[in-house]
Design a binder for this molecule. Structure first.
Ligand code: C2E
Ligand code: CA
Ligand code: CA
Ligand code: CA
Length: 279
């Protein structure tokens, strides 16, 4: 019953987005969302299913719109990106994530890296490096506990500047993860030149690994690639024990998905962390 209550809100889907939501109204509302405290960071655990160890978490943004209810980031992030408001939004998420994680550490919670999703405009912003450094300094968070998730689409936009920026972030001590890996057009040649730490297998592959031989082959290939390049590999969207078993058999031991935990608000995630301490 509790579970049902927690998940009883529903997200607008994309067809509703077009017909019901007025993009401009949404854009306007979004500008007020931060100051009116309508945005909230949710946290989804990354776990090792063999040891039940909590190995990290991803920050996923939620917008509680006063009239429209919960709006999915799949809807409002693209709106923020188009309007340019994503710059401010992204800086806010980065700052909040660092403050929250540093707060947990000083409270004696399990020490885990926290990953944030980064949009292109934030990654390409001239203030990126200074902004990341400022967030780390002000929160007193060690850089190794900050992970930036960057899609391969973002990385491939301007390769030489990408390499410079990634290198500078690595020098700062921040971890770098390639998000939605396999869905874009990343060249394996460049992958080797990017100073990255982790590949994240997209949910679209994980979904059908048990039934679709193509997705199974792609997933196995990504895991092999990560192992050969000495990168960590994380599978997202793991929903069934069959999927988890497949991934474990292929050597992917870090997973994220509803099978283990949904994205949850801060208080609930803190209880999750405390439980993981007792295991
Ligand atoms: P993503 O980075 O690929 O994040 C994973 C998405 O998969 C999340 O959707 C998460 O809730 C969902 N998910 C995780 N496990 C499962 C599972 O087992 N089954 C299913 N069906 N779904 C699962 P969410 O939270 O709706 O976020 C959607 C996208 O919005 C994210 O995709 C990311 O691209 C973007 N996003 C979210 N927060 C931020 C943010 O703070 N900044 C930026 N730039 N983008 C964000
Ligand atoms: Ca992500
Ligand atoms: Ca994804
Ligand atoms: Ca498929």
């Amino acid at each position: 019953v509790k579970d049902k209550g927690r998940n009883s809100y529903h997200f607008f889907d994309s067809t509703m987005n077009e017909t019901v939501l007025n993009k401009f109204a949404l854009e306007n509302d979004l500008r007020k969302a931060i100051e009116q405290d309508q945005l909230e960071l949710y946290f989804q655990p990354k776990v090792n299913p063999l040891t039940h160890e909590l190995v990290g978490a991803e920050v996923l943004l939620r917008w509680k719109h006063p009239e429209r209810g919960m709006i999915s980031p799949a809807i409002f992030i693209p709106v923020a990106e188009e309007s340019g408001y994503i710059v401010e939004l992204g800086q806010w998420v980065l700052k909040q994530a660092c403050i929250i994680n540093s707060g947990w550490q000083s409270q004696g919670m399990p020490i885990v890296p926290l990953a944030i999703n980064m949009s292109s405009a934030n990654f390409r912003h001239p203030d990126l490096l200074a902004g990341v450094q400022r967030s780390l300094d002000e929160s007193k968070l060690l850089p190794s506990f900050l992970v930036l998730e960057l899609t391969e689409g973002i990385l491939m936009q301007d390769i030489s500047s990408t390499i410079d920026t990634l290198q500078a972030l690595k020098t700062m001590g921040v971890s770098l993860s390639v998000d939605d890996f396999g869905t874009g057009y990343s060249s394996l040649h460049y992958l080797k030149r990017f100073p990255i730490d982790e590949l994240k297998i997209d949910r679209s592959f994980v979904q059908d690994i048990v039934t679709d031989p193509n997705d199974a082959a792609i997933t196995a290939a990504i895991i092999g690639l990560a192992q050969n390049l000495k990168l960590s590999v994380v599978a997202e969207g793991v929903e069934t024990t069959e999927q988890a078993d497949f991934l474990l058999q292929r050597g992917c031991i870090t997973m994220q998905g509803f099978l283990f935990a949904r994205p949850m608000p801060k208080g609930e995630f803190e209880r999750f962390m405390m439980q993981s301490l007792q295991m």
